[in-house]
Design a protein around this ligand. Structure first.
Ligand code: ADP
Ligand code: ZN
Length: 702
């Protein structure tokens, strides 16, 4: 089959994304490639399709067990023969995989670099290797933060297979890192493919200088609006992860924390629960996320300033891999910056790290389109503002801030430049606080001159003054504020300055997804979407695979819009290939059909015919016989008529005992409107027709 047919039949997608086709063609021609695409960009397809075209095996080197497992499950659910090795499988299972690989029964085999090297002189020699893909290729570079020694031995392996095309794939590598990676892996005359790093579906928002108490409240409100959606909160310290998780838990959210100080079993468990949608929110140190391939993470929050833009972009990139609109929010405080600067002082590469940290801070403090800044850092230049970041949504409003600045500056001067920001605000606001009195500050002239401005706004203004260089924050002197030469000028009225109005989270124009409307601008029916998700969750637990391995949120959304009820229509859904159609099509279409009938009952003639005969006093069996229809169909008609409020005595057709049984099963199954799971839960003892009628009675009479 040709690549495009494979894309359709196996993966259920209509079109290649930019560059995929070129990369595939080059690989099929036996040449090396270097693929640089953002997370979620569709790198895997670049080797998966050639792997299916070649009449041999493709080896994929991958650094993380969880990642391998996910990819293999996803491939298997598309009917592709894929397998993997990891340290946890038994020798017997290992032998079985080896035997199948040698027999040509595996098309894609995933291995860790260490494993690959250890077997490269034994059974690996017996395989008919046609392609080698090296995923997360930046792990070979000693300069990067993910350096993995095993990767450095891959060059010898590459040299042992001179005729086989190699493909290096990664989402992070600047130019010097790229050259290093190519050299370290021994790629030959490889061609570089870089796709756009713009992830249009991610909104970007930054919240600066929010005190901890408010930060937690804001996050609380944020997640309140995100019920049932998965998200990640990144924190700097382990302690923070636990605090934030506890806070959210106390408000009833489904949340867990995750950090490197936990034992591996606990971490594994937290991760699995997240992947399976059992835990909605993870509060984690940056140790979390690299190994997960969950496509429906809907939001990411940074609780602290990240160390550099590379890390930040990678972390927000874990949201919205399915292409649906997703939100990201970054909180930062100067204290994060100071702490990191100190770390950087101690560490290696200190100058470079500090430089990166400064860029990060500049991004956070910027007053122009954030996406433009971010992408230009990665060498991509947008020609227009993005319209999907906080600055684009709420362009800064300037005003003459000279008088306001003078109030603050004179306060600092009168307190002899000995106090920090909190004391200054308390004095300006005329607070009755004991410390203010103790310092004798209630006597000074500026006491209470800034009553009309809230604490949080004062804080914002003072930080702006610091950013404009009027004030210096002396971290070495307990964060005392000092006035700079320009500050003195402003205070003396020799210079004026502009400030921007603070924007509060609640006042912000809410960001409705403008960029990412579904195909024909139709809204998905959320009730149906919920039903489809329930069925997916049921199947995912039954098969013990992550929900998105069955169908992505994107596929389910499209189902909720298009409402396919025939196999052909179902295959038209993006992400539905032949194998998934055969495995799950009927169950999902059943939910859709059911939904259609429950949602808007249509009086098609055929149903009316049934109704007429029923009114004439015929039994369902008699109607079925007379009309040459299945009895289940008649029950279905009668249920529909009943749901519409017609005079049908459904209660007489199904016993109360049966209805009660169905109710128990239905509730246990999370009230998913799907006949098959109920049928199975009731040991196949209650017929579909009876289940159908029971559900109608349950739903209609509650
Ligand atoms: P990466 O490895 O680059 O992070 P993936 O290979 O996991 O990204 O792909 C991200 C998502 O995009 C997956 O759900 C994948 O199935 C989907 N995808 C890949 N190629 C296409 C395509 N041509 N059309 C639609 N979806 C695609
Ligand atoms: Zn923007």
């Amino acid at each position: 089959m040709n690549p495009h047919t494979l894309l359709r039949n196996v993966f259920g997608y209509d079109e290649f994304r930019p560059l995929q086709q070129e990369i595939i063609n080059r690989t099929l021609a036996g040449k090396d490639s270097f693929v640089l695409m953002p997370t979620g960009g569709g790198k895997s397809m670049c080797f998966q399709i050639p792997a299916l075209c070649f009449d041999g095996i493709t080896i994929i080197v991958s650094p993380l067990i969880s990642l391998m497992k996910d990819q293999v499950q996803a491939l298997q659910s598309n009917g592709v023969k894929a397998d993997f090795f990891n340290s946890s499988i038994s020798p017997q299972a290992e032998n079985d995989v080896i035997a199948r690989a040698i027999n040509g029964e595996i098309k894609l085999l995933y291995l860790s670099p260490e494993k690959l090297i250890s077997v490269s002189n034994s059974w690996l020699k017996k395989l008919n290797i046609k392609l080698v893909a090296i995923d997360e290729a930046h792990c070979v570079s000693m300069w990067g933060h993910d350096f993995r020694p095993g990767y450095t031995k891959l060059k010898a392996f590459r040299n042992s297979l001179p005729e086989v095309p190699f493909m290096a794939l990664t989402a992070t590598a600047d130019k010097s890192a790229r050259i290093d990676i190519e050299k370290q892996l021994g790629l030959k005359d490889s061609k570089l493919f870089i796709s756009s790093f713009d992830r249009k579906n991610l909104s970007i928002e930054v919240r600066g200088q929010v005190p901890k108490k408010y930060k937690l409240q804001e996050i609380g409100r944020f997640v309140d609006q995100k019920k049932n959606e998965s998200g990640i909160i990144y924190c700097l310290s382990r302690k923070n992860t636990e605090e934030v998780a506890d806070y959210l838990k106390s408000y009833g959210h489904s949340v867990a924390y995750y950090h490197a100080g936990m034992n591996p079993e606990d971490r594994e468990q937290v991760q699995t629960a997240f992947i399976h949608d059992d835990t909605k929110i993870i509060v984690a140190t940056i140790a979390f996320g690299m190994g997960i391939d969950k496509s429906n993470v809907r939001w990411v929050i940074h609780y602290n300033l990240p160390k550099n833009l590379e890390g930040y972009y990678q972390e927000i990139g874990r949201a919205g891999r399915d292409g649906l609109p997703s939100e990201t929010r970054l909180y930062y405080n100067m204290s994060d910056f100071v702490m990191y600067s100190q770390f950087a002082d101690d560490g290696a590469n200190s100058t470079m790290q500090k430089e990166k940290l400064n860029r990060m801070l500049q991004f956070a403090e910027a007053k122009s389109c954030r996406r433009r800044i971010l992408l230009s850092y990665f060498g991509e230049h947008l020609t227009k503002d993005c319209g999907n970041c906080d600055v684009c949504d709420n362009p800064p409003k300037d005003f003459d801030g000279t008088v306001l600045a003078q109030k603050a500056l004179s306060g600092i001067a009168r307190m002899k430049e000995k106090e920090g920001i909190t004391m200054l605000i308390n004095v300006l606001r005329g607070s009755n606080n004991a410390e203010v009195h103790a310092g004798g500050y209630s006597q000074i002239k500026t006491y209470g001159v800034g009553k009309d401005i809230s604490y949080i706004d004062w804080r914002d203004y003072i930080i702006q003054l610091a950013n404009q260089g009027l004030i210096e924050i002396m971290y070495s002197e307990g964060s005392a504020l000092k006035i700079s030469p320009i500050g003195w000028k402003v205070l003396k009225g020799q210079q004026s300055i502009k400030l921007t109005l603070p924007i509060h989270a609640e006042e912000k124009i809410s960001r409705k997804p403008k960029v990412m409307k579904m195909a024909d601008e139709e809204e998905a029916n959320t009730d149906l979407f919920t039903e489809l998700k329930k069925l997916r969750s049921f199947i995912s637990k039954e098969k013990n695979v992550p929900a998105y391995v069955i169908f992505s949120d994107k596929s389910l959304k499209q189902m909720a819009i298009d409402m396919p009820v025939t196999e052909n229509q179902f295959l038209g859904i993006s992400g539905v290939g032949m194998n998934k159609m055969e495995q799950y099509g009927e169950e999902f279409m059943e939910v859709i059909r059911k939904f259609k009938t429950l949602a808007k009952p249509k009086k098609t003639p055929t149903i009316l015919d049934t109704f007429v005969m029923y009114k004439e006093g015929l039994t369902p069996e008699e109607i079925a016989a007379k009309r040459d229809l299945q009895i289940t169909t008649i029950y279905s008609h009668l249920s529909q008529l009943y749901a519409e409020g017609r005079e049908v005595e459904l209660e007489k057709l199904v016993s109360k005992v049966v209805v009660d049984k169905v109710r128990v099963a239905f509730n246990q199954l999370d009230r998913a409107i799907a006949l098959k799971p109920i049928f199975e839960m009731l040991n196949e003892e209650v017929s579909y027709g009876e289940i159908r009628m029971s559900l109608t009675l349950i739903l209609k009479n509650e």
